[in-house]
Design a protein around this ligand. Sequence first.
Ligand SMILES: [Zn+2]
Length: 265
Amino acid sequence: MKVFISADIEGTAGITNWDEARKGHPEYAEFREYMTDELVAACEGARAAGATEIVVKDAHSTARNLILSKLPDYVRIVRGWSGHPDAMMFGIDESFDAALYTGYHNKAGTDTNPLAHTLTGTVSRMFLNGEIASEYTLNAHCAARYGVPSVFLSGDAGMCGEAKALVADIATVATSQGFGPATSSLSPQGSMKAIRETVEAALSRDLSTCLPKLADSFELVVEFTTPIEAFKGSWYPGIEHPAPRTLRFRANDFFDIQRAIRFVV
Ligand SMILES: [Zn+2]
């Protein structure tokens, strides 16, 4: 069994402030360790369920966060940003049996995580076929393009709930809950234990029910926080600029949606 894991940091148990997610800030060192510990717990759960190959995409900010010396010997790690539209999922292909997500956070504008956002701080809301999308929404669609089911997610409780809206059978571990700028969360040890056990169970069942069916056509609407960003993106071929802060793009192939996001966000 081949497993792909996309690892972010803003849904890690305990994380509460942007200082804890920013490389170069003194508080970051502690939280990159928790991010790594949760990812390793997911790897251990996958291994226990029979995974023979695990590819991990470091998917936060610089994409150089995970502490490599902590990774098990059966893990391959993808670091940095290639520029490929698969972005947070770069490295996945048709040969994988399952996609997992650790440290994931809810989308911009939600109140379930003080660090909620969508891709960058410039996006106010992103709609996919009329529904407000999160990074997970985009990434689960990306996995589905390759026929890979989305089987497990850990992150804030709000993100876990929304993940089930797209993939009803996805297994989740709610690491934290946001209250304005504050959080209530599992301890790092408690989170690691829950992730290890839940991933093992999640991969020890029929995975096919976790493959979302892709729509026949897609409409992407990106609402930026300022008109400046929308103007800059409005030169992308085929994109519409229906309002000062809004861009709209339509495509039948989800990869074309990913490519538009790659260049305008
Ligand atoms: Zn991140």
